[in-house]
Ligand binder design. Structure first.
Ligand code: FES
Length: 115
């Protein structure tokens, strides 16, 4: 787990610079804190995914969870989500969703749009 902290301002479209795409290892979680807000970046094949590190169930730190391909399991209560869609996978009858963020690449920099 790599952790990066940045203090920055967004571009005119609300995207914040994070890290370079070459510094994001594939199939692993990389935590990035932007102005005190922690999120997780994952590169799955050619897709880069960004989501809030606070578990939607009870706010545990998802960077302490387990990532297996596109599934993340929270270490606190073992609930599991699909990081591509944010939908809960286990237990199926619950409605907690991951907060996903828009991502774009510009000059090799991963940029994330935060609300
Ligand atoms: S805090 Fe993550 S599953 Fe409960």
């Amino acid at each position: 787990m790599h952790i990066y902290k940045t203090k920055t301002t967004p571009d005119t479209n609300g995207y914040y610079d994070t890290i370079t795409v070459v510094s994001l290892p594939p199939n692993q979680m990389t935590a990035v804190t932007i102005n005190g807000r922690k999120l997780i970046l994952v590169r799955l094949e050619e897709q880069i995914i960004a989501f809030n590190a606070a578990c939607p169930h009870a706010a545990a730190d998802l960077s302490r969870g387990q990532l297996s391909r596109h599934k993340i399991t929270c270490a606190k209560h073992d609930k599991c989500w699909d990081i591509r869609s944010g939908r809960i996978l286990h237990p199926e009858d619950e409605n907690y969703r991951l907060t996903l963020y828009d991502v774009k690449l510009s000059d090799g920099i991963i940029k994330v749009k935060l609300p």
